[in-house]
Write a protein that binds this ligand. Structure first.
Ligand code: SAM
Length: 216
């Protein structure tokens, strides 16, 4: 399979359907090889607009869903980003392409996935991303504050630690709602410190499991 051609075709489709509008997001999708972040047996589906299994009951999200999140995040080079839920590392690689790998921290609760995500990132040129094992419902205070906190697992509400770890004017993009389905929310810190919350696209992410989220 000609993965480069498939990648271009996927990006053209994401642009045509207006999931991708920001040229930084487009360039990131063009640069990051999704086939390197899926299981070998799923490589032929790497550029289908589908979530794919990555083991341990988890998934790599569909490209259109990731595009929606990246557009909402409005990232710029140099932004300091915390991603909750490393999984395959694909979303972290796209973020790293925009803001710079050294500006990305990604936290994963399942050690084997963290290890796999870290190796996928290293193989594709994003070794500078910091991948840590831990409970992302508590954020990652060691590297706070963050200009953006992006969650790729669904939480019942915005965990307080995320609010405290946001920079002034920072934003949280996260699926919030039920275990079975959520709405993507965009929460932006205002000058008075409060969060302005906007509800966006309905979505269905795997649950965020942790002390400030769903029980295991
Ligand atoms: N961003 C990933 C990618 O590009 O492949 C997709 C990840 S998958 C939809 C959600 C991930 O969140 C899973 O790998 C899951 O183990 C992880 N997760 C769930 N609860 C977590 C928590 N409290 N802290 C960190 N990671 C968590």
């Amino acid at each position: 399979m000609d993965f480069a051609a498939e990648r271009t075709r996927m990006v053209e489709q994401l642009v045509r359907s207006r999931y991708v509008q920001d040229s930084r997001v487009r360039d990131a999708f063009l640069a990051v090889p999704r086939e390197a972040f899926v299981r070998p047996e799923d490589a032929d589906d790497a550029y289908a607009d589908l979530p794919l299994p990555i083991g341990r009951g988890q998934t790599i999200s569909a490209p259109s869903m990731i595009a929606i999140m990246l557009e909402e995040a409005r990232l710029a080079p140099g932004d300091h980003v915390l991603e909750i839920g490393t999984g395959s590392g694909y979303h972290a690689a796209l973020v790293a392409h925009i803001v710079g790998p050294e500006n990305v921290v990604s936290i994963e609760r399942i050690p084997r996935l963290a290890e796999w995500g870290r190796s996928n990132l290293a193989r594709t040129g994003y070794a500078g991303v910091t991948v840590v094992v831990g409970d992302g419902s508590l954020g990652y205070p060691e590297k706070a504050p963050y200009d953006c906190i992006l969650a790729t697992a669904g939480a019942p509400e915005i965990p307080d630690p995320w609010r405290h770890q946001l920079s002034s004017r920072g934003r949280i993009v996260a699926p919030i709602g039920l275990r079975s389905g959520q709405v993507l929310i965009v929460a932006t810190r205002k000058a008075d410190g409060n969060l302005e919350i906007r509800e966006g696209t309905p979505c269905a992410f795997v649950p965020l499991v942790g002390a400030r989220a769903w029980p295991d």
